[in-house]
Structure formats: structure tokens, C-alpha cells
Design a protein around this ligand. Sequence first.
Ligand code: C6P
Length: 422
Amino acid sequence: MSHTVDAAAPALSAAPAFDLAALRDDFPILSREVHGKPLVYLDNAATSQTPRQVIEVFNDYYSRYNANIHRGLHTLADEATGAFEGTRETVRAFLNAEDLRQIIFTRGTTEAINLVANSWGRANLGPDDEVLVSLLEHHSNIVPWQLLSREIGFTLKVIPVDTDGALDMAAYRGLLNERTKLVAVNHVSNALGTINPVTEMATLAHQAGAKILVDGAQATPHQMVDVQAIDADFYAFSGHKVYGPTGVGALYGKRELLEAMPPWQGGGEMISTVSFTEGTTFAAIPHKFEAGTPAIAEVIALRRALEWVQDVGIAAISDWEHQLLTYATQRVREIDGLRILGTAPHKAGVLSFVVEGAHSQDIGLLIDQLGVAIRTGHHCAQPLLHHFGVDATCRASFAAYNTLEEVDTFVAALKRVIDMVR
Ligand code: C6P
């Protein structure tokens, strides 16, 4: 689901479709104080907070069935393997993938993209080819392609954005040609919140004979994702941005692509047979891409996080975050000299801004003293920020548990801080 940001701001009495107070009770961290002030956590695009249902999985796992998976015949190993593989089905359903074997566990989005670059990229890209990324990309969807391009010699081209921070689709059409082998684009920009038309982009990529990799790190927490409807060849996301733990994420890939791709890391788990004389044969997907002992507890906890999201309802979360974004956008516009970066018609819950006469870094440090956590810096999107003529922005980003009162606290704190530094 995508929304238009210019809708009228909600009244302060607006409410989500879920019980917000009860939902907040799921998050122990939300009741802590920072510098003697109640925490207002608005850095959700960096990492979302974790509900106690997910935290409890760790206690349960390490107290009852901590064991390595796929290796032992004993009861604990069997229980751990069952729980681990259970998450694969939950992720499959969450992304609406066709088949369990299309879900590969990774450490997160970054590792998922590096997997595609090092496996699919190395096997399929040549010096005359072109890879398209967008100006909106996080460094994790730029640098792996730059590293590979240095080795292979393909050309990396950049899809530009308009002044609102929306992708220039005419330019995208113009860049696609018979040399384009891959389009690597995020679903939602972490720095601006722009929601990209990835389904249309996939259609156009496929018409040109290219594959498309979608970085879904910022989309999965905020909207329903259907990899089949998008017709994505690859789709990546991170657990810690979707109410799950750090250190785990997943890559979805089309089955025929994954089956044809060579392994990218060697070790235990990913082999079928190993011999010094006859060489090594590899396991079938997904295990071919899961070398070594994975983050077992984290993977099991990811299932609980995705179930938590489903219990609340992703559409309800998306609607509520949109109300928060619309209200916050309207409120910060009261501030003289504040410039919002990213005003595309379709945005997720990210509000990036700079303030004339006040360094973003100073704002971030001082507002923390008032209990408000926002992110300041380049958000791992330096090319994009330089395009807008800045080195850093302040970024407030919203999650299901944020409230309109927290937006008011944030705006009041921001005004105080700006008065202090100007
Ligand atoms: N963005 C942010 O504050 P990892 O670190 O692998 O979980 O996710 C990387 C990543 C990839 N793509 C996008 C669109 C992202 O937003 C991120 C992570 C965080 O914006 C940390 S820099």
C-alpha cells in the first residue's frame, strides 16, 4: 500500500486501527528514560525496537533447546532444526514466495545483496554489460556492485531522481538497453522515504531482458510485500528493521536463478559430498547458500517478529505510520528555515530535513539530551545527499508504536534545540 503525503494532517485525536497502548506494552524499552526524560524513539529506519514476544524466544531457545541445526540426531538438534526451518515457511508466506527453497537466510540485507553480487553477478556479468542502480540507494546496494565492476569491468549506471526525491522514470526507461543485465533498486529509500514503483520497474527491466534485485530493507516493516506480484528476481530484507533481531535477514530469489547460481561461501552445511580426489558437490537450494552455523536463535526469533507484525496487521501499521508522517510533516513545517528532503508523492514513514543555521549533528546530539532519538548523518546514502547539496540530514522515522504525542514532543524539542544552536 502506498499513500500520498499531502493529505490533510490527522487531528491529534486520530487513532490507529489497533490498540496503541496495548501494543506499546509489548515493548519494554519504550518505558525507559534517556537523560531523565521519557524515551521518544524515532530512529526506526535504523533499527526498530523488539517486542517482548521476540525477546522471549531467546530465553526459551537458550534455556530449552540450544543446539546446532541439521547436524545432530538428538532431540535438541531436532527441535532447533524444526524451529529454524519453521521460520523459512513464515518468511515464504510473508513475502508470498512460491516455494520454501527460495528463501535463503543471511545476516541481513547487506549480506543478501553481496550474495547476489558475488554469486549471480560473477557468473552472469561481463565487461560489456551494464548494471543500473538508483541515486536513492543505500551504500549496501552500491558498493558491492562497484567492487564487482572493478573486477569484471561492467558499467554501473545511475537512475536519477527529481527534485522531490522520486525516481525519474523517463530517465530509467532511457537507460535500459540490451546491455542492461541487472537493475538493483530499493523498494523504499531509507534517506528520504520515497516508495519506488518496483512492479513497473520490474516489468520494464524484464522487457529489456534484465533481472531486477529489490532491496526491501525499508519496505517490509511498512507495507505488504508480494514478490510474485512485483515479479522480483531477487528481494532482500533485514530482521532488525521489522521488529526482529539483528544479525538475520533473508534473500528471496527466483528458483531457476538460485539453482543455476554457484555457491559464494564454502563450508559446512552447503555441501553434498566433499572429497580430495573427486572434488566437492553442493547441497540443493537454499542450503547451498547457507555455509556454516547460522544465527539460529535469531532466525527462530524472526518468525515471532513476523507473526507479531501479522497479528497487528501490516495494513493497519502502514496506515498509522502514514498518519504519523503526515502530522509530523505538517508540524515541522512550522519551523523557520527547515527544509524537508524527500517530498515525493508516495512516501513511507521517513522525515528527513535540514535546518538553516543549525548543523544536523548538533541537533541530533542536543535533542538526545531531551530524550528524543533521531538519526543524523548521511544515512549511508552519500551520493543522494550530495545530489541535494548536503552532507547530512536529521531523520525521524516512525514505527507502529509511535504516537502523535511523541511527534509533538519531538517538534517541541526540535524547536528548543534550534533556538539553542542558532
Ligand atoms: N539502513 C538506516 O539507518 P543491514 O545493515 O544489512 O541490515 O541493512 C542495510 C540497508 C540496506 N538497504 C536499505 C534501504 C537500508 O535502509 C539499510 C540499512 C539503516 O537507514 C542503517 S544504515
